[in-house]
Ligand binder design. Sequence first.
Ligand SMILES: [Zn+2]
Length: 264
Amino acid sequence: MSMTQQPWTGGRRVLLALGGLSLLGACAQPRPEPPELAPVTVRPSPSPSPTPPSPSPTRRPRPVQKEPRYVVPAATAGSGSRVVALTFDDGPHPAYTPQVLKLLRKHQVKATFFVIGQYAAAHPDLVRSIVADGHAVGTHTWSHADVSRLPAGRVRTEVGRAVDTVATTAGRAPEFFRAPYGSWSRTTFEVCAALGQTSIAWDVDPRDWENPGAAVIRSTILNQVGNRSIVLTHDGGGDRAQTVRALRSVLPVLLDTGYRFVGV
Ligand SMILES: [Zn+2]
């Protein structure tokens, strides 16, 4: 990680990163996601694609962000009870997304899913299940590319193709974007703004993609979570059994301690 790669990164976060903070340290900063989830080459559509050729008319340009959103906006949180936003990256996955949905349904908890465009295209039924359950669907590029290293044209392709796929599949244009590896760039913010997407990071990261054990995922979330936290977990990108198991005990604890689950 370097400042040139992540010009959006605030000074405090850079200092902490350079200081070699322990993996489960007090500061949950965006860190690289699973290296095993290698970027997949974006090929021209081999089959009739649901991707529309032009931007959705529902899309409205937004102000260009200087950094991603790390916590739930105060306006969403309101006053009173504590709020938390649960988010899932790297799906949809045919095995784990249904397990996550079932768990969220059981506790009547809403979350946000940042889907990878090509997986959404491969599993449109799962995207529709997410939407049918009342969750929000954001995007996570078409092929899990590190957009901070790509020129503007390719960033537009990576983000735009995922956005169009979700818009067509879900019947509604997505509004939120999360960069793979938590790696944004000025170009990415500009592209996202033009495509009507707000960039969302996180402040709680249990590093579940490393499969540290359900108990560690659970304790990390519960130790780091606070009012307006955005919690990063994964419903795809590998074996997510530990994540599901951890959430099975995390959700009741958060509900019992008065947290209300909100969008990002
Ligand atoms: Zn990811």
